[in-house]
Design a protein around this ligand. Structure first.
Ligand SMILES: [Zn+2]
Ligand SMILES: [Zn+2]
Length: 266
């Protein structure tokens, strides 16, 4: 069963991305949260970054996490296969451990100045919508893949677990950046388990240290455990100032400016 699933890897990724983006765009249209920042230049920059990122991964990385997991799984390498538990239990443990690793990576991207230079491109966006969910500098995407490759070698998750995790992560990135409203009670209920757009939007706030909270991508658990959870922004969501210091909306919308931002002297 898993074999057919693994063979459909590119189609599954594309279908999940296309399906999620379609649903979120509809949701944003029907229940817009903040006045829209949809300028053509900014949206084009986000799509150009996405295209450059997929090329960067293909040309810079000798192997990607999923392909490596196929080899690692065949040789039963890593720590996870050592757990004496049924396959489906190890599958779920893999997803949870990978999510914790990605939470940790996100904290590092903020705390280590070298990595912040790259992650700042994501935060420089003065808007917040589904397209922010794939606005990342190619450097961040490559470092993130190197990290995932190291995790696969260390942990030895199954290829199916890596594929499901990567699909969940990219869908979650689209969902958590939705510029869409959700009833407060539903938001609170979902937040008990997963990160919601209202929770992640606080991470994009320019107010105080709010950007140093809510680092989670999939599970909200890690922010609660490690004390980085922030429930409500100091300003209402509709008025929240989004972006980073010293970068104007005009600069943030420019593809060229964002590409050279990591080497830019402040
Ligand atoms: Zn961040
Ligand atoms: Zn974000």
């Amino acid at each position: 069963m898993f074999e057919t699933f693994l063979q459909l890897e590119p189609e599954l990724r594309l279908a999940a991305f296309g399906g999620t983006i379609g649903m979120i765009l509809l949701w944003e249209f029907l229940a817009t949260k903040r006045s829209s920042e949809l300028t053509f230049k900014r949206t084009l920059t986000h799509f150009l970054l996405m295209i450059v990122n997929s090329f960067a991964l293909r040309f810079v990385m000798p192997i990607l996490a999923f392909e490596l997991a196929l080899h690692v799984e065949a040789r039963e390498m890593g720590l996870l296969p050592l757990i004496p538990a049924p396959e489906f239990v190890i599958f779920f443990i893999s997803l949870v451990v990978l999510d914790l690793a990605i939470y940790t990576q996100h904290v590092m991207f903020h705390k280590i100045p070298f990595f912040w230079r790259f992650h700042r491109v994501h935060h420089a966006d003065t808007g917040f919508d589904v397209t922010t969910g794939f606005r990342f500098h190619p450097g961040e995407i490559v470092f993130s893949m190197i990290y995932k490759v190291a995790l696969v070698l260390l942990l030895g998750p199954s290829a199916a677990a890596v594929l499901v995790f990567e699909i969940l992560l990219s869908s979650a990135s689209l969902f958590t950046h939705a510029n869409a409203d959700m009833p407060r009670r539903l938001d609170s209920l979902l937040r008990l388990v997963i990160v919601t757009p209202d929770m992640h939007r606080i991470h994009h706030s320019r107010q105080g240290d709010e950007a140093l909270t809510n680092f989670g991508f999939n599970l909200s658990l890690w922010d609660r455990i490690f004390g980085t959870y922030h429930r409500d922004p100091s300003l209402p969501h509709a008025d929240m100032l989004i972006g980073t210091e010293n970068i104007s909306a005009q600069q943030a919308a420019s593809f060229g400016t964002m590409l050279i931002l990591p080497i830019h002297k402040d």
